[in-house]
Design a protein around this ligand. Structure first.
Ligand code: DAK
Length: 202
C-alpha cells in the first residue's frame, strides 16, 4: 500500500490515510489501497477491530481528489464512482467493528468514508460536510444513503443540499459522531474503545 499505513497494536489494526500534502484526498491509488486494507484485515483472524484515521493534524480526508476527478471522462467518472462505492461497501460490511477517528476535515468522500465505519469519534477541531452540491455534483460514495440513516433525513438533507460544513460539537448534536475529544486524546480514545470492544465476545 502506497498511501495507507497499517499498524497492528495487539488485536487492533490502525490504518492511517497518508497523503497529508493533499489533505489525504482520495485518489484512485488511495481507493485501491483501502481495498487492499480490507483484504489484509479480512485475512487476519487476529485483528478484532479496525481504526481508520488521517495523517497530519489538519485532515481526516478532505474528499475525493478534485484534481483527478476533473480530468475524468464520463466513463472514467462512472468507474471512479463505482471504485469508491465498492470499497466503502466492503468497509461497511467488514465482519469486525470499525471506528473512524476523525482528526480534522472530513469533507465529501472523507465524510462518506467516516460514515462507512460503524462508529465515529472526532477531535474538537474536526469539520464535517458534503460540499458536492457546491461543486455541481452529488455525494457519490454512498453519503446520500448513509447520512440519513445515521443522522435522520432532515439533518442529512440540510447538510447535503446546503453544502454547509459543521463543527465537531454540531456533529455530536446530530449524532454524526458519538464522542468529541481533544486532538491529542483522539487516538488513545479510539484505541481504548477498540480494545474495550475487542475484549468482549467476538
Ligand atoms: N482533492 C485534491 N486536493 C485537495 C483536496 C481534495 N478534495 N482538498 C485539499 N486538497 C489539497 C489542496 O489543493 C492543497 O494542495 P496544494 O495547493 O498545496 O498542492 C492542499 O490540499 C492543502 O489545501 P488548502 O491549501 O486548500 O488548505 P486550506 O487549509 O486553505 O483549506 C480545505 C482546507 C479543506 C477547506 C480546502 O482544501 C478545501 O476546501 N478542499 C476541498 C474540499 C472539498 O470540496 N471536498 C469535497 C471533494 S468532492 C461521485 C463520487 C465521489 C464524489 C462525488 C461524486 N460520483 C460517483 C458521482 C466525491 C466528491 C468529493 O469528495
Amino acid at each position: 500500500m502506497t498511501h495507507v499505513l497499517l499498524e497492528k497494536k495487539e488485536h487492533i489494526a490502525v490504518a492511517t490515510i497518508n497523503r497529508p500534502k493533499a489533505l489525504n484526498a482520495l485518489n484512485s491509488e488511495v481507493l485501491s489501497d483501502l481495498n487492499e486494507l480490507v483484504d489484509i484485515v479480512t485475512a487476519d483472524q487476529d485483528i478484532y477491530a479496525l481504526v481508520i484515521t488521517g495523517s497530519g493534524e489538519k485532515a481526516f480526508v478532505a474528499g475525493a481528489d478534485i484534481g483527478e476527478m476533473s480530468t475524468l471522462t464520463k466513463e472514467g467518472g462512472e468507474a471512479f464512482g463505482k471504485h469508491g462505492n465498492d470499497v466503502f461497501r466492503r468497509i461497511e460490511t467488514l465482519p469486525i467493528p470499525t471506528i473512524a477517528a476523525v482528526n480534522g476535515f472530513a469533507l465529501g468522500g472523507g465524510c462518506e468514508l467516516s460514515m462507512s465505519c460503524d462508529i465515529r469519534i472526532c477531535a474538537d477541531t474536526a469539520v464535517f460536510g458534503q460540499p458536492e452540491t457546491g461543486l455541481g455534483i452529488t455525494p457519490g460514495f454512498g453519503g446520500t444513503q448513509r447520512m440519513p440513516r445515521i443522522c435522520g433525513t432532515a439533518h442529512a438533507m440540510e447538510l447535503i443540499l446546503t453544502a454547509d460544513t459543521i463543527n465537531a460539537q454540531q456533529a455530536l448534536e446530530i449524532g454524526l459522531v458519538s464522542k468529541v475529544v481533544a486532538p491529542d486524546a483522539l487516538m488513545d480514545t479510539a484505541l481504548e474503545l477498540a480494545n474495550k470492544i475487542a475484549s468482549k465476545a467476538q
